[in-house]
Design a protein around this ligand. Sequence first.
Ligand SMILES: *Cc1c(COP(=O)(O)O)cnc(C)c1O
Length: 365
Amino acid sequence: MNRYKLLTPGPLTTTDTVKAEMLFDHCTWDDDYKQITQRIRAALLELGHVSEPEYTAVLMQGSGTFGVESVITSVVGTGDKLLIAANGAYGLRMTEIAQHAGVNYVLYEEENTRRPDPEKIARMLEADPGITHVSMVHSETTSGILNDIQAVGEVVRRAGKTFIVDAMSSFAGVDIPVADWGIDFLISSANKCIQGVPGFSFILARRKKLEESAGKARSLSLDLYAQWRTMDIDGKWRFTSPTHVVLAFAKALEELKAEGGIPARYARYAVNHQLLVQRMEALGFRTYLEAEVQGPIITTFFYPEGAKFTFREMYQYIKERGYVLYPGKVMEAETFRVGNIGEIYPEDIEKLAAIMADFLREVQG
Ligand SMILES: *Cc1c(COP(=O)(O)O)cnc(C)c1O
């Protein structure tokens, strides 16, 4: 098989040393293993600039959506009401989660190119005192927009509500001072900016609010409070944990630290993004988002005017030459996406641009 690097926003390209950790079948009830889990939980709190006892970290089996579903269905109780601010598919997925579990919610939907407006959220909270929780996505991977969770967090805190943030594709790639920004529950996963492999999500939770959620969960396996209670004893997971993924993740955390932590990783992703935009614009591509709202994680491009090729053809050509792109997800325009995260460096972006230039010469003449 022809190997390639992923220019997709998770799963993403990981290092060989992270992958190598998975060659050992670790015992789950052994003390060494439980200590790895505890070290991971402590490291995650540190990355979020929070600490025990105000905050705690919980790991949850499954992909990122399992983590979001765990929080929404565990902490929004039957008498509560959730305001979901959405400007893309991942925000809207929260409404699906709420519908399936019978969680009472209202939707504030914004266009894919615009950030949810904190003033508007403030007015909605004022108009409907029944709203108890607010949730939104930080880096909306649908478009690559970076939402202003700091401003919304301030509004939510002033109104005395609970703030839930899906920071799946941004946590550890973009610095998030969790407590300072008024975040009560933050969700991310193993296979995004920490550069581990897929298999679990994690939640940074304000401990007091997590304790208040006891008995509210609608699901057995996704019960966040119950998961925390078990894990907090000594690091044992409630049900079988993805041991290989956990070992790989512990290594990925070490490598993040060795790179220089979040500031260094953010800088690398930002350089990847800027270089990508420069090179692609030189080839005639235009970005979907305005630069002011664009995040460093993933970049959406329009197809060039009058393009004589399909995404499939472009994808195939580039894949055969070592890189995999991502199709577009925004509804109203013909686009495709390029992820800037993972074990990707400026030389990869230069190579991609050269392959893209060859492709355009071949198809457009
Ligand atoms: C990746 C991602 C998720 C989770 O998706 P899974 O496929 O369940 O891992 C959720 N929200 C955002 C913004 C994401 O980028």
